[in-house]
Design a binder for this molecule. Structure first.
Ligand code: GLV
Length: 327
């Protein structure tokens, strides 16, 4: 029986890969050297669908994939895809919004608490045997409850963060977004703000916008200079959205007090990145969506999108909605 070929790469849960294997000829790449890998290039030539996390889908890659119908991202972000090029070639692109919302919001709250209460730093302090007397003021953190959080980017993840900050920590919520969201204002007393005011007034500045040419390095020298000296900056979005050098300067000159980064300009982060040397930065390996439960939920949704696309049907999470679909 003829089975269409599918490339699965990096993070597609094993259970979902097994299900796909019943219907498709699935070739799985856990580690691959992209277009330098002859096996990967050969698979591209024959594949109708691609499913996985953060494969750079460029014009060059698409030139090698003549019968490709769909690229199904196991992520909400799709800055890895050249949407214009995919659309030109009438290839569907999908992502996995909503399923990961609460998982990512949990991680962001974790980063807020970790930086404010200096949890990773003090964990190292205890394990290094440095806790020899009652805790001194120099190791004290800052309160989270009743503080002001400024959320830049009020998509569903931003909303889930606002909910937690308001309901769980009695915080004041400011937000900056392309459009106003009445429900956030009604439910979480959130205040719509321009970016300058948000930066000036927030104790915690949380960046949650997708990566795009418009958001590239949107938080840089100028933005850090507007923040409070006690401000804590949290990036749960994409590394490209901030200027890492400017953040380093802001942290070392005590322009702001601390930061937590789940994402970096280059991932995996270069071990020589100077930010990794600072005690007042919590660094994480892009854990936002990475829980066991959510991995399965995202993989399942991505597989549904893939299957629809392979049947020439419209997937629920189609990104390039203006392409021509036969069914
Ligand atoms: C995670 O970063 C995602 O885009 O899903």
């Amino acid at each position: 029986m003829f089975m269409e070929k599918v490339i699965a790469y990096t993070r597609v849960s094993e259970a979902v890969r097994k299900k796909l294997q019943e219907k498709y000829d699935v070739i799985y790449f856990e580690n691959y050297e992209y277009l330098n890998d002859p096996k990967f290039v050969q698979a591209l030539k024959e594949t109708s669908g691609i499913i996985g996390l953060e494969l750079k889908v460029t014009k060059e890659l698409l030139d090698l994939a003549p019968i490709l119908k769909i690229v199904s991202n196991v992520s909400v972000g799709y800055d890895n895809l050249d949407i214009e090029e995919l659309t030109k070639r009438n290839i569907m692109a999908t992502n996995t919004p909503e399923v990961l919302t609460n998982t990512v919001a949990d991680a962001v709250l974790g980063m807020i608490l970790a930086t404010a209460r200096r949890i990773p730093e003090l964990d190292r302090f205890v394990k290094n045997g440095e806790w020899k007397q009652y805790l001194q003021l120099e190791h004290f953190g800052l309160d989270v409850h009743k503080k002001t959080v400024g959320i830049i980017g009020m998509g569903s993840i931003g909303e889930a963060i606002a909910k937690r900050c308001h309901a769980g920590f009695d915080m004041n919520v400011l937000y900056y977004n392309r459009s106003r969201k009445q429900n956030i204002e009604d439910e979480f007393n959130a205040i719509y703000s321009n970016l300058d005011d948000l930066l000036k007034r927030s104790d915690f500045v949380v960046l949650m916008v997708p990566a795009s040419p418009q958001t590239e390095k949107m938080i840089g020298k100028e933005a850090f200079s507007q923040m409070k000296k006690t401000a804590i900056f949290i990036n749960g979005s994409r590394g490209q959205n901030i200027d890492e050098n400017a953040l380093y300067d802001a942290l070392t000159s005590k322009q702001i007090s601390a930061a937590a980064l789940d994402v970096f300009d280059i991932e995996p982060v270069d071990s020589n990145n100077p930010l990794l040397k600072l005690d007042n930065v919590v660094t994480l390996p892009h854990i936002g969506a990475a829980t066991i439960e959510n991995e399965l939920a995202m993989s399942n949704l991505a597989a549904k999108n893939l299957e629809a696309g392979l049947k020439n049907e419209r997937p629920v999470n189609l990104i390039n909605t203006d392409i021509f679909i036969t069914k």
